[in-house]
Every structure is written in C-alpha cells, then in structure tokens.
Design a protein around this ligand. Structure first.
Ligand code: ADP
Ligand code: MG
Length: 323
C-alpha cells in the first residue's frame, strides 16, 4: 500500500539525513565491518550505502520492502529487549515510496545475489544480481512524488551538515566498524574500524587524544560506561560535540547530557561545553526505544542512578588530571 508507506515515510523520512541514518542502521544490524556512504548533492541527487554485512537472501528481498516486514523481532516480548537498531520494518518501504531505490545484495557464500528496483513504491524489477557479499542501496529522486516534502528541505549546506552529523554519531557509536563518508567525490572522513574510539575522535574532530581528551570508564550494578572527555580548557560553544550512545545506539537525553556537564563542576566557562563521547552498556530491558519512530529519544529506567554514576566518574577523571 503505497499511500500507507508514504504516510509512514512522513514520520521516519523527513530529509536526506534520515535516509542515511536508516540505511546505515540496517548495515549495522547486518553486522557489517565496513560501511561506505556516498552522497551526491547533499543527498538530493543520490544516497548510496554499501556494506559488507550478512545480505538478504533471494526469497526475502521483495519482502524486505513490505511494511512491518522486519526480520528482527518476532514476538511481543522482543519489543522489550530490542538489541537491533531497526525493528519496525518501516524504513525500506517508506524510503522506496518517496524515491527511486535500487538494492543489490548477496549473502555470504552464495554464488548469485539479487537486485531489486522500486520506483515510488512500485516494483520495477527484481532479478539475479552480482554475488558481492553485503548490500548496496542507491536512493535517487528523493521526494519526486511528494513535492511538499521537497520544499520543506533546507539549503544543501544544511542538509549536508545533517548527514555529516548523523554519520559522525554513528561512527562514534561504532568504533568497531570502518566508516567512510564521501560527498560529490570528496572524502569527508574515514575511520579505521579497529575499535579504537580515540582514532574515531581524531578522524571526526581532528583532535589527537592524549593531553586534551581523557579516556574514562566506570560501572555499577546496572551500567557500564566508558568514553572520552575533553579537559575543561578544550570546549565548544554548543552541546553538539557531546555524543551519548546506549548499546551502540546514538541517543539524545537531556538529563545524561547534564550529568556529563555536572562532572566538570564549575570548571567550564559559561556558555562553553566539553567535547565528549559517552558509551553506555546496559541490559536492554532497562531501556525503551519504542517511543518514537526515529528512535532517537529513549525512555530509561534508573535514569537518576545512571546520571549520578556519569557525573561521579567524570568528576574523578577531571580532578585527578588537574592535580
Ligand atoms: P527494520 O530494520 O526495522 O527491520 P527495514 O525496513 O529497515 O526494517 O528493513 C527491512 C528488512 O530488510 C530488515 O529487517 C532486514 O532483514 C533487511 N535489510 C535491510 N537492509 C539490510 C542490510 N543492509 N543488510 C541486510 N539486511 C537488510
Ligand atoms: Mg531498519
């Protein structure tokens, strides 16, 4: 049902950056070790995501574009312990309903792959494709059939900044994956995928970890936290440089952001914020990601306890460094 898909797309697919996010999250769910993102004209001309993940079996390729056809949760109980990025089965059909999509994919060890082409929600072609392991999705003609959505987009620079921001966050959340982002044939950044967060921070922010960025780690009975925080002298004029992830998922959370800042006590100047990456590991039952389709907002049990742990660990780290 193309109309239902377009309506769902309204919630999940607002702009080129949302497509990048959904495609990369699918690549992460497929256990990819390498994800290359290639964008033309801020995503308006094309968005391509190539991964080396588990691929989609021939029989499932068409199904992947059907609404609520997710391979990731099977029971209601699964909803309460989501371990994957995706679980609604909405992204692919939503994207395909408002664009031209070609997906080629092959599973490990298969001698042929599949190619599927969908235009504005209508199946154009599905046939055997190259046997390269992984998935390659190309999205063109974004919002060609929803002109109102096109008009709502901001300038190309703004749309590109949003794409860069989301890819940065996904790379910071997944230092075990080698990412690259290329725009109009220019490589914007590349990470090594060697599970070294310091390398990712250097690739993204150009900051060599050592003197100015400190690694930290701590835990209590429920939470394990680790990451990097800048010294109070290395700050920025916005909170944009604070990244929080839960179980490799980039999230936004006001209380936890405040906890990081609280860890600095009064050492930050007014209007200045640290550069920080905070990775949180917890049992998925403690977090509800099913609040909004874009899944950036999460509901957390024991949030005050977690905030206290974060502030304490960062406070200790900053103060021992200033001795
Ligand atoms: P969801 O991620 O919520 O399951 P999507 O619409 O994003 O829904 O994707 C539908 C299905 O297509 C996924 O459940 C998965 O089985 C398959 N899929 C999509 N992208 C990839 C990929 N890059 N690699 C492997 N499988 C994929
Ligand atoms: Mg998905």
């Amino acid at each position: 049902n193309v109309l239902a898909d377009q309506i769902a797309a309204g919630e999940v697919i607002e702009r080129p950056a949302s497509i990048v996010k959904e495609l990369v999250e699918n690549s992460l769910d497929a256990n990819s070790k390498r994800i290359d993102i290639i964008v033309e004209n801020s995503g308006l001309d094309s968005i391509r995501v190539i991964d080396d993940g588990s691929g989609i079996a021939d029989d499932d390729v068409e199904i992947a574009f059907k609404r609520h056809a997710t391979s990731k949760i099977t029971t209601r109980r699964d909803l309460f312990k989501v371990r994957t990025m995706g679980f609604r089965g909405e992204a692919l059909p939503s994207i395909a309903s408002v664009a031209d999509v070609t997906l080629t994919t092959a599973t490990p060890g298969s001698t042929t792959g599949s190619l599927i082409h969908i235009h504005g929600g209508e199946l154009v072609d599905v046939k055997p494709g190259p046997a390269r392991q992984g998935t390659d999705v190309v999205v063109r003609e974004l919002f060609f059939n929803t002109p109102a959505r096109l008009k709502y987009l901001k300038s190309p620079q703004t749309e590109l900044a949003r794409i860069t921001d989301i890819v940065n966050r996904l790379a910071l959340a997944n230092p075990q994956v080698a990412f690259s982002l290329t725009h109009n044939n220019k490589e914007l950044f590349r990470t090594a995928g060697n599970d070294n967060l310091q390398q990712v921070v250097a690739a993204i922010y150009g900051i060599q970890v050592g003197k100015k960025m400190l690694p930290f780690a701590g835990e209590d009975n429920d939470f394990k936290i680790s990451g990097l925080v800048s010294l109070p002298e290395l700050t920025r004029a916005s909170r944009q440089y604070i990244t929080i992830t839960i179980n490799h998922r980039y999230i936004r959370n006001f209380e936890l952001t405040k906890a990081i800042i609280n860890g600095y006590e009064s050492k930050l100047m007014v209007g200045r914020y640290p550069i920080a990456v905070l990775n949180i590991q917890l049992d998925p039952v403690l977090v509800d990601v099913n609040v909004h389709p874009a899944k950036r907002e999460v509901r957390l049990s024991k949030e005050p306890q977690l905030a206290e742990l974060i502030a304490k660990v960062i406070r200790q780290r900053i103060s021992t460094e200033n001795l």
